[in-house]
Design a binder for this molecule. Sequence first.
Ligand code: NAD
Length: 319
Amino acid sequence: MFVVPERMIAGLMTPEEAFGAVEAVFAAMAEGAAYNFPVVREALGEGRQYGFKSGLDRAGAALGVKAGGYFPGNAARGMINHQSTVFLFDPDTGVLRAAVGGNLLTALRTAAASAISIDRLARREARVLGMVGAGHQAVFQLRAAARVRDFDRVIAWNYHPDMLPKLGEVAAELGLPFEAVTLERMVEADVIVTITSSPAFSLASAHVAPGTHLACMGTDTIGKQEVEPALLARARVFTDEVAQSISIGEAQHAIGAGLIAAGDITPLGAVITGAAPGRRSEDEITLFDGTGVGLQDIAVAAKVVELARAQGLAIEVEL
Ligand code: NAD
């Protein structure tokens, strides 16, 4: 088997490779050639969360699982709180093929999903990017969004305003003017990315202008919420996977309130394959509920193993 440790990922994986790998697996999911297994997520106590995201991609000949979670005591030990590892198996034999550091890959595959949604669903002439959230993932989200649209400024809001300057530095690196704003001013945005761990919504329907595309990326478990449920009723809703969207994604709240039904939600993969229409008018609000699926992790891990092997960097070990 091959090991690609966390320290190697930054030198191997690019946002472009992540975009391509995630787009291909979303299409395979829509075609029924790839599917995710039910997510396992358990509370370990003291705020620790541990779980598995897994799936099979027949098209890409990949089978695997991402194991990991959130360990809030890590920061005090000099480690990041989110820790994960991806294991890849031979889909024909079940033999373990690779163990891959999953921390940076998680950020890259999550940002790729959001960027794919912006690429496919936002208005071509979108100019103002709104960011709600300013934590670890937000900087990856900002960079990825800036790759797919020609934004001329970034406006941002965060529950903890002291975190915003770091996001502003990334905007400056990208040459984009950056302004911290109130939630009410999010109506100026053409694209809004939400990436928080909020337990209650911040962004209300009234904060969103017609024609906006939203990538709601923070809600990946029961009880998190970023946007007002009425916004989902007003929008056309897309997702990575409907089963996750209605149970652990942003749509869990609008579904629970009876505002939308599972049948109202379109897999983004169906837009990629052409089976479903994307944006239909300049005025409609499109909302991507990005819940994060195991197949995204498997797709980027398989790509990184391919790159590491091609460069002679993958560490071969006998199990
Ligand atoms: P982080 O801890 O670095 O940042 C947390 C963010 O949430 C900050 O912006 C913080 O200000 C905000 N926040 C915290 N409490 C809040 C509250 N009560 N109200 C409003 N905002 C609040 O976390 P991160 O690594 O940037 O992850 C952000 C979210 O994205 C988490 O919920 C994480 O689980 C989720 N996530 C989703 C995917 C996916 O595929 N969809 C992948 C990775 C992470």
